[in-house]
Design a protein around this ligand. Structure first.
Ligand SMILES: [Zn+2]
Length: 132
């Protein structure tokens, strides 16, 4: 088995969840990616075709259990990244190359909200230019 598949399987098993082919293939693809991936990028890259609904469900599951997180860029499409689900962090978006990176060293402060208000997710994206 490819190391990425082994890695993906171990991460899922370590959380005590059921290991399925779809979960392993999806997480392995994110682990091997050098940039955040959209649904369409992933659907086009699977060697064994996966249907859209299964992929959507699997990605939602990965985000819920903290094995992946997602962000939206300029085009408003969700992009998925392995890991990082345990920390709230901003991202950097390069307006030249479209590169999107996690700024995991930057902490997002807690906000004081009106009573009964609850944050479901935070999205902070810095825009600019990367080194290339
Ligand atoms: Zn991130």
């Amino acid at each position: 088995m490819e190391p990425l598949f082994v890695d993906a399987e171990q991460k899922i098993r370590a959380l005590g969840h059921r290991v399925t082919t779809g979960r392993v293939l999806t997480l392995a693809m994110l682990l091997g990616a050098d940039k955040p991936l959209t649904h369409d990028m992933m659907l086009a890259s699977f060697k064994t075709p996966m249907d859209r609904v299964t992929l959507y469900r699997t990605l939602d599951w990965l985000v819920n259990v903290g094995l992946a997180h997602r962000i939206r860029a300029e085009d408003r499409l969700w992009r998925f990244i392995a890991g990082g689900g345990e920390t709230r962090h901003p991202h950097f978006y390069c307006e030249n190359t479209g590169k999107l990176i996690c700024l995991t060293d930057v902490k997002i402060p807690e906000m004081t909200l009106p009573k009964q208000f609850k944050v479901s997710h935070v999205e902070i994206v810095f825009h600019g230019m990367c080194e290339s």
